[in-house]
Design a protein around this ligand. Sequence first.
Ligand SMILES: Cc1cc2nc3c(=O)[nH]c(=O)nc-3n(C[C@H](O)[C@H](O)[C@H](O)COP(=O)(O)OP(=O)(O)OC[C@H]3O[C@@H](n4cnc5c(N)ncnc54)[C@H](O)[C@@H]3O)c2cc1C
Length: 227
Amino acid sequence: MSRSEVRRETSPQNFETDRGSVEVGFGQGTEPYDIVVGADGIGSWVGSEMLDTEVVRRSTVTWSFRVPSSAEPVLPPNLVSLFAPGTGAIADEVNGRALVNLSTKLPPAETPQPPALDLLRDVADDIGWPIPDYVGTLDDTSEVYFRRDYEVTAPSWHSQNAVLVGDAAHAVHPIVAAGATLALEDGYVLADELVSESDPSYAFASFEKRRRARVKTVRKAAHVAER
Ligand SMILES: Cc1cc2nc3c(=O)[nH]c(=O)nc-3n(C[C@H](O)[C@H](O)[C@H](O)COP(=O)(O)OP(=O)(O)OC[C@H]3O[C@@H](n4cnc5c(N)ncnc54)[C@H](O)[C@@H]3O)c2cc1C
């Protein structure tokens, strides 16, 4: 395969496949490529345009935040996982600061505006130590991630010229904290297949065969944790 120019600050807008190659349009003309690898996350353009992915809304919302460095809450000695009915939280120490991920069930119609701190405080009180201490360090200026959760499913992760990796192919619920691991593993296995197989469509098929079971196991764990 030939080397390609790295294009920054741009997005693909259209594509046309022609036997062994694919022409991708970036707004200012098109470029020919051997293959397209969709590593573009949940709502992937490659997944929706070139494959048949489905973004599925889950019954939960998730917050993620780090305790401000100026605060001094008790750090857990090890990773702390806490579960209450419909709620799960993980707190861990990263570079001396607590990192908290918390998911709770919430009907779609009740999704509040981010960062939904009032709801976070209520949910933290329900789940108990040490989460309320951490939430207590937050104010309106804190950086808090808050979002409805999604997963991605697809009957196939590849076509003749295109393949999906990571969240674009198989986003799993964040409560299992494994999506980035899966994405990195995908990259490793796909590269392994592409160097040993000259026909990309065979390489893609082998890649998917090697990865499906692993993703299925993680997704199953995510669905159990989500209950
Ligand atoms: C709260 C939370 C906590 C998590 N914690 C963990 C954890 O502890 N461990 C773990 O392994 N995983 C964790 N995950 C999951 C992890 O973040 C994802 O699975 C991972 O980021 C997926 O990587 P990706 O490269 O496939 O997709 P992304 O990280 O989504 O990257 C996709 C990239 O493509 C770019 N892009 C999208 N569309 C276009 C376009 N049209 N043109 C150009 N660029 C485009 C985006 O800007 C983005 O940079 C967590 C997720 C959440 C929400």
